[in-house]
Structure formats: C-alpha cells, structure tokens
Ligand binder design. Structure first.
Ligand code: GDP
Length: 199
C-alpha cells in the first residue's frame, strides 16, 4: 500500500473527543525523541505532517490523521516516560494514554517505537508489559537503523529480542525502520494493509 493522501484531522484531549471509531486505526507511541514524528511523516510521504521534536511534557494530545481518503486513521499519541509525569502517576503513563489504549475499540495495532541504538530501558519494558497484560495488540518498531553499522545493529537487535524473551513467551511483530533511508516503511504499510483487508 502507498499512502497517496494523508491529512491532519483533529487533536483530542480525551478519548471521547476522538473521531467516530468507524474505521481501523493504528497508533504510534514512544519516548520523546525516538523518531516518531519522522517515521509518521515518512510513512505518509509528507515532510511535516507530524510535528518533529515537540517539547516533552507539554500539552498531551491524541492526533488523528486520515489516510487515503478516509480508509484508515493514523494516530500520533503523546510520548510516555517523562520524569515529570512519572512522579505524579505511579505507572508513569499519563491518563490520556491509558484512556486511549483502554477505550479505543478500532485501534488495530499500537506501534511502540524504540531507538535501535539504546539498550532496553525499564520504562519501555514496563509500558509494553502493561499493553501485553491488557491484551493490546502491539508491534515494536526499532527506529534510526541508519545510525548503526551492520554489526552493531545485529548485536543490538539480538540483545533486545533476547531480553524481551526473558519476559515473554513470544515476540510481537517487529519492524526495523529509518526515516532517513526509508527502511521498514513498506513493511509497516503492508502490515497495516493486511489488517485493513480483514476489517
Ligand atoms: P519524536 O520526538 O519521537 O517525534 O522524534 P523526531 O521525529 O522529532 O526525531 C528526533 C530526532 O531524531 C530529530 O533530530 C530527527 O531528525 C532524528 N531522527 C528521527 N528519525 C531518524 C532516523 O530514522 N534516522 C536518523 N538518522 N535520525 C532520525
């Protein structure tokens, strides 16, 4: 699938304000600076649809984009794991994220973005565990793969996957992406297309 049309639809501060759940949607989440906006822009063939490097901790909003003339929604979720939020909320995951995750029945897959250069972080594991425990379908997207050489990349990915298997019996779907050279975009879009075909 190619994204031929991608438009910003609306920002919501509660799940109630989100657009009607009448088509499949796919949400993207990760810690600040993981490369979420860059990946969304790459997937949508747009230079600046999602805003890059937004200030951590500022107003948290659920951003809906409508793709290919209303076929599906792409959702840009607020980042998680800010120190400021962690102190206030025991889990470290803001209410808006948990509200969205727990109440959006058309959310077909949550893409959790992880920087491929960084070893497993507690907050990412905690977040993914919470999703798995609650039956939320997740995929992992390792970002910024262009920043590593082949050797480092293979080593990092193997270590990460091994680490996950210490907690889980099986791995979720995993994608490797670069917003610089476009690695992974076709795979992610094909995955979405496949799920859409069963909607
Ligand atoms: P966000 O905060 O998760 O939305 O992250 P951004 O998309 O704003 O990216 C954070 C920084 O990483 C920016 O300086 C981007 O240019 C850079 N970046 C994002 N994705 C990639 C990538 O795939 N490769 C490289 N080399 N840099 C990236």
């Amino acid at each position: 699938m190619e994204v031929v049309k991608a438009e910003f639809l609306k920002s919501s501060s509660t799940v109630k304000q989100c657009p009607k759940a009448d088509r499949p949607e796919y949400a993207f989440i990760g810690r600040s600076n993981v490369g979420k906006s860059s990946l969304i822009n790459k997937l949508c063939n747009r230079k600046a649809m999602a805003k890059t490097s937004s200030t951590p901790g500022k107003t948290q909003l659920i951003n809906h984009f409508t793709i290919n003339s209303d076929q599906w929604y792409l959702v840009d979720l607020p980042g998680y794991g800010y120190a400021k939020v962690s102190k206030k909320l025991r889990s470290g995951f803001s209410k808006i994220i948990l509200d969205y995750i727990g109440n959006r029945e058309n959310m077909m897959c949550l893409f959790v973005l992880i920087d491929s250069r960084i070893p497993m972080q507690k907050v990412d594991l905690e977040f993914m565990n919470l999703m798995v425990e609650n039956g939320i379908p997740i995929s992992i997207v390792f970002t910024k793969t262009d920043k590593l050489n082949k050797g480092q990349y293979t080593e990092n990915m193997k270590a990460y996957e091994k680490g996950l298997l210490e907690h889980w019996e099986e791995l979720p779907p995993i994608f490797y992406s670069s917003a610089v050279n476009g690695e992974g975009t076709n795979e992610i879009l094909s995955f979405i297309e496949d799920i859409n075909s069963k909607w």
